[in-house]
Ligand binder design. Structure first.
Ligand SMILES: *Cc1c(COP(=O)(O)O)cnc(C)c1O
Length: 451
Protein backbone atom coordinates (compact mmCIF):
# COMPACT_ATOMS: atom_id res chain seq x y z
CA UNK A 1 0.00 0.00 0.00
CA UNK A 2 1.39 3.38 -0.89
CA UNK A 3 1.77 6.08 1.71
CA UNK A 4 -0.25 9.30 1.65
CA UNK A 5 0.67 12.82 2.70
CA UNK A 6 -1.85 12.55 5.54
CA UNK A 7 -0.31 9.46 7.11
CA UNK A 8 3.23 10.81 6.90
CA UNK A 9 2.22 14.19 8.29
CA UNK A 10 0.63 12.51 11.31
CA UNK A 11 3.67 10.35 11.94
CA UNK A 12 6.04 13.30 11.41
CA UNK A 13 4.23 15.54 13.86
CA UNK A 14 4.35 12.85 16.53
CA UNK A 15 8.16 12.64 16.45
CA UNK A 16 9.98 15.37 14.54
CA UNK A 17 10.99 18.86 15.63
CA UNK A 18 11.57 20.99 12.52
CA UNK A 19 14.19 23.71 12.01
CA UNK A 20 13.26 27.38 12.10
CA UNK A 21 9.63 26.45 12.81
CA UNK A 22 7.00 27.29 15.38
CA UNK A 23 5.65 23.73 15.51
CA UNK A 24 2.21 24.95 16.59
CA UNK A 25 1.79 26.47 13.11
CA UNK A 26 1.43 22.94 11.80
CA UNK A 27 -1.95 22.66 13.47
CA UNK A 28 -3.23 24.64 10.46
CA UNK A 29 -0.30 24.87 8.04
CA UNK A 30 0.25 21.47 6.42
CA UNK A 31 3.72 20.01 6.23
CA UNK A 32 4.71 18.81 2.79
CA UNK A 33 6.24 15.32 2.81
CA UNK A 34 8.31 14.90 -0.35
CA UNK A 35 8.56 11.49 -1.97
CA UNK A 36 10.92 12.22 -4.82
CA UNK A 37 12.69 14.88 -6.82
CA UNK A 38 13.71 15.16 -10.44
CA UNK A 39 15.37 18.24 -11.87
CA UNK A 40 13.68 21.37 -10.52
CA UNK A 41 10.58 19.36 -9.53
CA UNK A 42 9.66 17.93 -6.15
CA UNK A 43 6.76 15.50 -5.75
CA UNK A 44 4.80 14.76 -2.59
CA UNK A 45 3.08 11.52 -1.54
CA UNK A 46 -0.27 12.57 -3.01
CA UNK A 47 1.30 13.22 -6.40
CA UNK A 48 1.38 17.04 -6.19
CA UNK A 49 4.39 18.64 -7.85
CA UNK A 50 6.35 21.78 -6.94
CA UNK A 51 9.11 23.69 -8.70
CA UNK A 52 11.89 24.13 -6.16
CA UNK A 53 12.28 27.89 -6.71
CA UNK A 54 14.59 28.30 -3.71
CA UNK A 55 16.90 25.36 -4.43
CA UNK A 56 15.98 23.69 -1.14
CA UNK A 57 17.44 26.46 1.01
CA UNK A 58 19.97 27.59 -1.61
CA UNK A 59 21.91 24.34 -1.86
CA UNK A 60 20.75 22.73 -5.09
CA UNK A 61 22.47 23.74 -8.34
CA UNK A 62 21.78 21.12 -10.99
CA UNK A 63 18.44 19.68 -10.00
CA UNK A 64 17.33 16.86 -7.77
CA UNK A 65 18.50 13.36 -8.64
CA UNK A 66 20.95 14.70 -11.20
CA UNK A 67 22.15 11.65 -13.18
CA UNK A 68 25.79 12.75 -13.25
CA UNK A 69 26.05 13.54 -9.55
CA UNK A 70 24.10 10.37 -8.69
CA UNK A 71 26.56 8.33 -10.70
CA UNK A 72 29.57 9.87 -8.97
CA UNK A 73 28.16 9.33 -5.47
CA UNK A 74 27.13 5.73 -6.27
CA UNK A 75 30.59 4.99 -7.54
CA UNK A 76 32.20 6.50 -4.45
CA UNK A 77 29.80 4.62 -2.18
CA UNK A 78 31.16 1.28 -3.36
CA UNK A 79 34.73 2.48 -2.98
CA UNK A 80 34.84 4.26 0.40
CA UNK A 81 31.95 5.85 2.31
CA UNK A 82 33.99 7.59 5.00
CA UNK A 83 37.31 7.65 6.76
CA UNK A 84 38.75 10.04 9.33
CA UNK A 85 40.83 12.88 7.92
CA UNK A 86 43.42 13.08 10.72
CA UNK A 87 46.46 10.99 9.91
CA UNK A 88 44.51 9.59 6.94
CA UNK A 89 43.46 10.96 3.60
CA UNK A 90 41.52 9.95 0.51
CA UNK A 91 41.44 10.67 -3.19
CA UNK A 92 38.20 12.71 -3.42
CA UNK A 93 39.39 15.14 -0.70
CA UNK A 94 42.74 15.62 -2.41
CA UNK A 95 41.27 16.06 -5.87
CA UNK A 96 38.61 18.48 -4.69
CA UNK A 97 41.15 20.61 -2.82
CA UNK A 98 43.39 20.72 -5.91
CA UNK A 99 40.55 21.77 -8.17
CA UNK A 100 39.10 24.40 -5.84
CA UNK A 101 42.49 26.00 -5.35
CA UNK A 102 42.74 26.26 -9.15
CA UNK A 103 39.32 27.91 -9.36
CA UNK A 104 39.38 30.16 -6.28
CA UNK A 105 40.79 33.70 -6.22
CA UNK A 106 44.58 33.60 -6.63
CA UNK A 107 46.58 33.04 -3.45
CA UNK A 108 44.22 30.71 -1.62
CA UNK A 109 46.33 27.58 -1.54
CA UNK A 110 45.17 25.53 1.46
CA UNK A 111 41.89 23.73 1.96
CA UNK A 112 40.60 22.97 5.47
CA UNK A 113 37.57 20.66 5.41
CA UNK A 114 34.58 20.88 7.75
CA UNK A 115 31.07 19.46 7.38
CA UNK A 116 28.49 22.31 7.36
CA UNK A 117 28.36 26.04 6.75
CA UNK A 118 28.22 27.27 10.34
CA UNK A 119 31.17 25.10 11.29
CA UNK A 120 33.17 26.52 8.39
CA UNK A 121 32.49 30.01 9.79
CA UNK A 122 33.52 28.83 13.26
CA UNK A 123 36.73 27.42 11.78
CA UNK A 124 37.49 30.67 9.93
CA UNK A 125 36.97 32.78 13.07
CA UNK A 126 39.16 30.50 15.18
CA UNK A 127 41.80 30.31 12.45
CA UNK A 128 42.00 34.10 12.21
CA UNK A 129 42.27 34.58 15.97
CA UNK A 130 44.79 31.75 16.29
CA UNK A 131 46.90 33.16 13.45
CA UNK A 132 47.32 36.48 15.29
CA UNK A 133 48.02 34.60 18.53
CA UNK A 134 50.74 32.56 16.83
CA UNK A 135 52.14 35.82 15.41
CA UNK A 136 52.46 37.32 18.89
CA UNK A 137 49.33 39.49 18.78
CA UNK A 138 47.08 38.00 21.48
CA UNK A 139 45.25 41.33 21.86
CA UNK A 140 43.49 40.70 18.56
CA UNK A 141 40.30 39.00 19.73
CA UNK A 142 37.39 40.80 18.10
CA UNK A 143 35.45 40.51 14.87
CA UNK A 144 33.77 43.14 12.74
CA UNK A 145 30.52 42.25 11.00
CA UNK A 146 28.02 44.09 8.83
CA UNK A 147 24.56 45.06 9.93
CA UNK A 148 21.94 42.56 8.74
CA UNK A 149 24.51 39.87 8.02
CA UNK A 150 24.04 36.14 8.51
CA UNK A 151 26.78 33.57 9.02
CA UNK A 152 24.99 30.58 10.52
CA UNK A 153 23.43 29.65 13.84
CA UNK A 154 26.02 27.94 16.03
CA UNK A 155 27.05 30.30 18.83
CA UNK A 156 30.21 31.73 17.23
CA UNK A 157 28.59 32.13 13.82
CA UNK A 158 25.49 33.62 15.40
CA UNK A 159 27.63 36.11 17.30
CA UNK A 160 29.07 37.54 14.08
CA UNK A 161 25.65 37.67 12.43
CA UNK A 162 23.09 40.44 12.83
CA UNK A 163 19.64 39.14 11.91
CA UNK A 164 17.55 39.84 14.99
CA UNK A 165 15.13 36.94 14.44
CA UNK A 166 17.90 34.40 14.92
CA UNK A 167 20.14 36.31 17.30
CA UNK A 168 18.10 38.28 19.83
CA UNK A 169 16.95 35.32 21.97
CA UNK A 170 20.43 33.91 22.39
CA UNK A 171 22.29 37.19 22.90
CA UNK A 172 23.30 36.48 26.52
CA UNK A 173 25.27 33.49 25.25
CA UNK A 174 27.22 35.28 22.54
CA UNK A 175 30.60 36.99 22.24
CA UNK A 176 30.26 40.63 21.32
CA UNK A 177 31.01 41.56 17.74
CA UNK A 178 31.59 45.07 16.36
CA UNK A 179 28.81 45.91 13.91
CA UNK A 180 29.39 48.26 10.99
CA UNK A 181 26.61 49.84 8.89
CA UNK A 182 25.71 47.74 5.86
CA UNK A 183 26.36 48.81 2.27
CA UNK A 184 22.86 47.38 1.50
CA UNK A 185 21.64 49.47 -1.44
CA UNK A 186 17.97 49.21 -0.52
CA UNK A 187 18.61 52.31 1.60
CA UNK A 188 20.22 54.44 -1.11
CA UNK A 189 18.69 57.86 -1.81
CA UNK A 190 16.48 58.09 -4.85
CA UNK A 191 18.71 58.83 -7.81
CA UNK A 192 21.80 57.54 -6.02
CA UNK A 193 23.67 54.67 -7.72
CA UNK A 194 24.53 51.37 -6.02
CA UNK A 195 28.19 52.26 -6.49
CA UNK A 196 27.88 55.63 -4.76
CA UNK A 197 25.78 54.37 -1.89
CA UNK A 198 28.03 51.39 -1.10
CA UNK A 199 31.03 53.68 -1.28
CA UNK A 200 29.38 56.20 1.07
CA UNK A 201 28.62 53.41 3.56
CA UNK A 202 32.24 52.37 3.45
CA UNK A 203 33.21 55.58 5.26
CA UNK A 204 31.70 54.30 8.52
CA UNK A 205 33.52 51.00 8.18
CA UNK A 206 36.79 52.82 7.56
CA UNK A 207 36.33 55.06 10.57
CA UNK A 208 35.41 52.23 12.88
CA UNK A 209 38.17 49.93 11.71
CA UNK A 210 40.88 52.57 11.93
CA UNK A 211 39.96 53.14 15.58
CA UNK A 212 39.85 49.50 16.61
CA UNK A 213 42.14 47.59 14.26
CA UNK A 214 44.59 46.73 17.05
CA UNK A 215 41.99 44.55 18.74
CA UNK A 216 40.38 43.18 15.58
CA UNK A 217 41.19 39.76 14.07
CA UNK A 218 38.99 39.98 11.00
CA UNK A 219 36.10 41.54 9.17
CA UNK A 220 33.59 38.94 8.01
CA UNK A 221 31.23 39.65 5.09
CA UNK A 222 28.80 37.94 2.75
CA UNK A 223 30.11 39.21 -0.60
CA UNK A 224 27.51 41.14 -2.68
CA UNK A 225 24.31 39.60 -1.26
CA UNK A 226 23.12 39.41 2.35
CA UNK A 227 20.93 36.43 1.67
CA UNK A 228 19.25 35.49 4.97
CA UNK A 229 18.97 39.23 5.71
CA UNK A 230 16.36 39.51 2.94
CA UNK A 231 18.48 39.16 -0.23
CA UNK A 232 19.85 42.67 0.27
CA UNK A 233 22.54 43.56 -2.26
CA UNK A 234 25.49 45.89 -2.61
CA UNK A 235 28.14 47.02 -5.06
CA UNK A 236 31.52 45.23 -5.45
CA UNK A 237 33.35 48.54 -4.89
CA UNK A 238 32.68 48.02 -1.16
CA UNK A 239 34.68 44.78 -1.25
CA UNK A 240 37.63 46.25 -3.11
CA UNK A 241 37.84 49.15 -0.67
CA UNK A 242 37.51 46.79 2.27
CA UNK A 243 40.29 44.59 0.89
CA UNK A 244 42.70 47.55 0.72
CA UNK A 245 41.77 48.79 4.15
CA UNK A 246 42.21 45.35 5.77
CA UNK A 247 45.65 45.08 4.15
CA UNK A 248 46.61 48.49 5.42
CA UNK A 249 45.45 47.82 8.98
CA UNK A 250 46.60 44.19 9.35
CA UNK A 251 43.12 42.77 9.70
CA UNK A 252 41.88 39.61 7.95
CA UNK A 253 39.03 39.69 5.48
CA UNK A 254 36.80 36.61 5.73
CA UNK A 255 34.50 36.05 2.75
CA UNK A 256 31.54 33.89 3.65
CA UNK A 257 30.62 32.61 0.18
CA UNK A 258 28.50 29.79 1.60
CA UNK A 259 25.34 31.09 -0.10
CA UNK A 260 26.74 33.24 -2.93
CA UNK A 261 29.50 30.89 -4.11
CA UNK A 262 29.20 28.54 -7.09
CA UNK A 263 27.65 30.88 -9.58
CA UNK A 264 24.79 32.41 -7.62
CA UNK A 265 25.83 36.00 -8.30
CA UNK A 266 26.83 35.41 -11.91
CA UNK A 267 30.50 34.60 -11.34
CA UNK A 268 31.79 31.36 -9.85
CA UNK A 269 32.66 33.25 -6.68
CA UNK A 270 31.20 36.65 -5.78
CA UNK A 271 34.65 38.00 -4.80
CA UNK A 272 35.67 37.81 -8.46
CA UNK A 273 33.43 40.79 -9.21
CA UNK A 274 35.56 42.95 -6.94
CA UNK A 275 38.73 41.28 -8.17
CA UNK A 276 39.88 40.51 -4.63
CA UNK A 277 41.32 37.58 -2.74
CA UNK A 278 39.99 37.30 0.79
CA UNK A 279 42.26 35.96 3.54
CA UNK A 280 39.82 33.19 4.34
CA UNK A 281 36.94 31.98 2.20
CA UNK A 282 34.11 29.76 3.51
CA UNK A 283 32.27 27.46 1.10
CA UNK A 284 29.37 25.05 1.57
CA UNK A 285 25.75 24.79 0.27
CA UNK A 286 26.20 24.57 -3.54
CA UNK A 287 29.61 22.95 -3.02
CA UNK A 288 28.08 19.46 -3.30
CA UNK A 289 25.37 20.53 -5.75
CA UNK A 290 22.99 20.34 -2.80
CA UNK A 291 23.57 16.64 -2.16
CA UNK A 292 25.47 16.25 1.08
CA UNK A 293 26.69 18.32 4.00
CA UNK A 294 30.25 19.43 3.33
CA UNK A 295 32.07 22.70 3.84
CA UNK A 296 35.56 24.08 3.81
CA UNK A 297 37.76 27.09 4.46
CA UNK A 298 40.34 28.17 1.90
CA UNK A 299 43.43 29.93 3.27
CA UNK A 300 46.64 31.43 1.86
CA UNK A 301 50.09 30.07 2.53
CA UNK A 302 50.88 32.94 4.90
CA UNK A 303 48.19 31.86 7.34
CA UNK A 304 49.02 28.17 6.96
CA UNK A 305 52.70 28.81 7.70
CA UNK A 306 51.89 30.55 10.98
CA UNK A 307 50.62 27.21 12.31
CA UNK A 308 53.43 25.08 10.85
CA UNK A 309 55.91 24.44 13.65
CA UNK A 310 57.41 21.88 16.00
CA UNK A 311 54.82 19.87 17.90
CA UNK A 312 56.14 21.09 21.26
CA UNK A 313 55.16 24.67 20.41
CA UNK A 314 51.49 23.59 20.45
CA UNK A 315 50.73 25.97 17.59
CA UNK A 316 48.58 23.63 15.49
CA UNK A 317 45.06 24.59 14.53
CA UNK A 318 42.52 22.78 16.66
CA UNK A 319 39.20 21.98 15.09
CA UNK A 320 37.86 18.58 14.13
CA UNK A 321 34.44 17.32 13.17
CA UNK A 322 33.68 13.63 12.79
CA UNK A 323 32.48 13.91 9.19
CA UNK A 324 35.20 16.34 8.07
CA UNK A 325 35.84 16.01 4.32
CA UNK A 326 33.44 13.09 3.87
CA UNK A 327 34.32 11.20 0.65
CA UNK A 328 30.71 10.97 -0.56
CA UNK A 329 30.33 14.74 -0.19
CA UNK A 330 33.65 15.29 -1.96
CA UNK A 331 32.59 13.02 -4.84
CA UNK A 332 29.34 15.00 -5.24
CA UNK A 333 31.40 18.20 -5.23
CA UNK A 334 33.76 16.88 -7.90
CA UNK A 335 30.81 15.91 -10.11
CA UNK A 336 29.38 19.39 -9.53
CA UNK A 337 32.64 21.01 -10.70
CA UNK A 338 32.64 18.71 -13.76
CA UNK A 339 29.19 20.01 -14.69
CA UNK A 340 30.30 23.63 -14.30
CA UNK A 341 33.16 22.95 -16.67
CA UNK A 342 31.55 20.64 -19.24
CA UNK A 343 28.32 22.60 -19.58
CA UNK A 344 29.85 26.10 -19.41
CA UNK A 345 27.36 26.89 -16.70
CA UNK A 346 28.53 30.39 -15.77
CA UNK A 347 28.18 31.46 -19.39
CA UNK A 348 24.78 29.81 -19.88
CA UNK A 349 23.46 31.29 -16.66
CA UNK A 350 23.79 34.76 -18.16
CA UNK A 351 20.89 33.87 -20.39
CA UNK A 352 18.83 32.41 -17.52
CA UNK A 353 19.54 35.41 -15.36
CA UNK A 354 18.30 37.74 -18.10
CA UNK A 355 15.19 35.58 -18.37
CA UNK A 356 14.67 35.92 -14.61
CA UNK A 357 14.88 39.68 -14.97
CA UNK A 358 12.51 39.88 -17.93
CA UNK A 359 9.96 37.65 -16.18
CA UNK A 360 9.87 39.75 -13.00
CA UNK A 361 10.58 43.33 -14.16
CA UNK A 362 6.85 44.18 -14.30
CA UNK A 363 6.72 43.87 -10.52
CA UNK A 364 8.57 47.19 -10.29
CA UNK A 365 5.23 48.81 -11.15
CA UNK A 366 3.30 46.94 -8.48
CA UNK A 367 1.74 49.35 -5.94
CA UNK A 368 3.13 47.30 -3.03
CA UNK A 369 6.59 46.51 -4.34
CA UNK A 370 9.44 48.83 -3.31
CA UNK A 371 11.99 47.27 -5.63
CA UNK A 372 12.93 44.25 -7.71
CA UNK A 373 16.66 43.62 -7.34
CA UNK A 374 18.89 41.06 -8.92
CA UNK A 375 22.35 39.67 -8.70
CA UNK A 376 22.93 36.88 -11.22
CA UNK A 377 20.71 33.91 -10.36
CA UNK A 378 18.98 35.64 -7.42
CA UNK A 379 15.96 37.89 -7.93
CA UNK A 380 14.28 39.48 -4.91
CA UNK A 381 11.04 41.43 -4.65
CA UNK A 382 10.50 43.63 -1.60
CA UNK A 383 6.82 43.97 -0.59
CA UNK A 384 5.94 47.20 1.23
CA UNK A 385 2.89 48.78 2.77
CA UNK A 386 3.61 52.17 1.26
CA UNK A 387 5.57 52.30 -1.96
CA UNK A 388 6.77 55.91 -1.91
CA UNK A 389 7.70 56.00 1.77
CA UNK A 390 8.95 52.39 1.66
CA UNK A 391 7.08 51.61 4.88
CA UNK A 392 7.49 47.93 5.72
CA UNK A 393 4.58 45.67 6.61
CA UNK A 394 4.63 44.64 10.27
CA UNK A 395 6.22 41.19 10.65
CA UNK A 396 3.20 40.04 12.64
CA UNK A 397 1.09 40.22 9.49
CA UNK A 398 3.12 37.40 7.93
CA UNK A 399 2.44 38.57 4.37
CA UNK A 400 5.15 36.29 2.99
CA UNK A 401 3.27 33.29 4.30
CA UNK A 402 0.36 34.11 1.99
CA UNK A 403 2.76 33.97 -0.95
CA UNK A 404 4.13 30.64 0.31
CA UNK A 405 0.66 29.12 0.64
CA UNK A 406 -0.49 30.43 -2.74
CA UNK A 407 2.62 28.99 -4.38
CA UNK A 408 2.12 25.52 -2.88
CA UNK A 409 -1.35 25.39 -4.41
CA UNK A 410 0.18 26.30 -7.76
CA UNK A 411 3.09 23.93 -8.22
CA UNK A 412 5.76 26.13 -6.73
CA UNK A 413 7.90 26.19 -3.62
CA UNK A 414 8.51 29.85 -2.76
CA UNK A 415 9.56 30.68 0.77
CA UNK A 416 9.71 34.44 1.34
CA UNK A 417 12.00 35.90 3.99
CA UNK A 418 9.53 38.11 5.83
CA UNK A 419 8.32 40.64 3.25
CA UNK A 420 10.95 39.69 0.70
CA UNK A 421 9.96 37.20 -1.98
CA UNK A 422 12.72 35.75 -4.10
CA UNK A 423 13.59 33.29 -6.82
CA UNK A 424 16.87 31.41 -6.47
CA UNK A 425 16.27 28.36 -8.63
CA UNK A 426 18.51 25.45 -9.63
CA UNK A 427 20.47 26.25 -12.81
CA UNK A 428 18.65 23.53 -14.76
CA UNK A 429 15.39 25.48 -14.76
CA UNK A 430 13.96 26.29 -18.22
CA UNK A 431 12.21 29.41 -19.54
CA UNK A 432 8.65 28.05 -19.22
CA UNK A 433 9.34 27.11 -15.62
CA UNK A 434 10.64 30.61 -14.92
CA UNK A 435 7.51 32.07 -16.52
CA UNK A 436 5.39 29.82 -14.34
CA UNK A 437 7.24 30.92 -11.19
CA UNK A 438 6.93 34.59 -12.14
CA UNK A 439 3.18 34.21 -12.66
CA UNK A 440 2.67 32.43 -9.32
CA UNK A 441 4.90 34.99 -7.61
CA UNK A 442 2.91 37.89 -9.05
CA UNK A 443 -0.44 36.36 -8.06
CA UNK A 444 0.94 35.59 -4.61
CA UNK A 445 2.08 39.19 -4.12
CA UNK A 446 -1.31 40.49 -5.34
CA UNK A 447 -3.01 38.26 -2.79
CA UNK A 448 -0.62 39.08 0.06
CA UNK A 449 -0.91 42.86 -0.41
CA UNK A 450 -4.63 43.08 -1.19
CA UNK A 451 -5.51 45.03 1.95
C1 LIG B 1 23.45 29.12 5.19
C2 LIG B 1 24.56 30.02 5.53
C3 LIG B 1 25.47 29.70 6.56
C4 LIG B 1 25.31 28.50 7.45
O1 LIG B 1 25.42 27.27 6.79
P1 LIG B 1 24.72 26.00 7.45
O2 LIG B 1 25.20 24.84 6.64
O3 LIG B 1 23.24 26.21 7.36
O4 LIG B 1 25.18 25.92 8.88
C5 LIG B 1 26.52 30.57 6.77
N1 LIG B 1 26.67 31.68 6.04
C6 LIG B 1 25.84 32.01 5.04
C7 LIG B 1 26.09 33.25 4.25
C8 LIG B 1 24.72 31.22 4.78
O5 LIG B 1 23.84 31.59 3.84
Amino acid sequence: MSLSNKELIERDLRTLWHPCTQMKDHEWLPLVPIKSGKGVWLQDFDGNRYIDAISSWWVNLFGHANPRINQAVKHQLDELEHVLLAGFSHQPAIELAERLIQLAPAGLTRCFYVDNGSSAVEAALKMSFHYWLNCGKPQKTRFVTLQNSYHGETLGALAVGDVALYKETYKPLLMEAITAPSPDCYYRESGESWHDYSLRQFDSMAELLRKQADSVCAVIVEPLVQCAGGMRMYHPVYLSRLRSLCDELDVHLIADEIAVGFGRTGTLFACEQADITPDLMCLSKGLTGGYLPLSLVLAPDKIYQAFYDDYSKLNAFLQSHSYTGNPLGCSAALATLDIFQQDQVIQKNQHLSKKLRDATVHLNDHPHVAEVRQQGMIVAVEMVKNKSARTAYAWQERRGLTVYQHALKNQALLRPLGNVCYLMPPYVINEEEIDHLARVLTEGIDLATKE
